[in-house]
Design a binder for this molecule. Structure first.
Ligand code: FES
Length: 101
């Protein structure tokens, strides 16, 4: 049984987002972090100093470990941002501001 079945959830129809350019399905109500996890991605950021991998830690918007770039906006907390149709999600390194110069 899937988690959706266990919860007897009946989400609306899936929609598509991209993760580093690759299309993946998302469900209404999922956060960006949930979409990434559903796609099998558990790490999507590296730290500034050591480059250590990061993903979800607290899951409630406190630790900032889950930072990700969504629609060209860096440093969004994936555990808090709801996924919306067409979102362009990008993994990021360091501060996420490298491309801003
Ligand atoms: S996992 Fe801690 S802020 Fe998102």
């Amino acid at each position: 049984m899937t988690p959706l079945g266990l919860a007897r959830a009946r989400p609306g129809p899936p929609f598509t987002v991209t993760v580093d350019g690759d299309e993946t399905d998302a469900l209404p109500g999922q956060t960006v972090a949930a979409v990434l996890w559903s796609a099998g991605i558990t790490s999507w950021r590296s730290t500034r100093g050591s480059g250590a991998p990061r993903g979800i830690f607290c899951g409630i918007g406190v630790c900032f470990d889950c930072l990700v770039t969504v629609n060209d906006r860096p440093n969004q907390r994936a555990c808090l941002v709801p996924a919306t149709p067409g979102d362009a999600i990008r993994t990021q390194e360091g501060t996420g501001h490298d491309e801003l110069g």
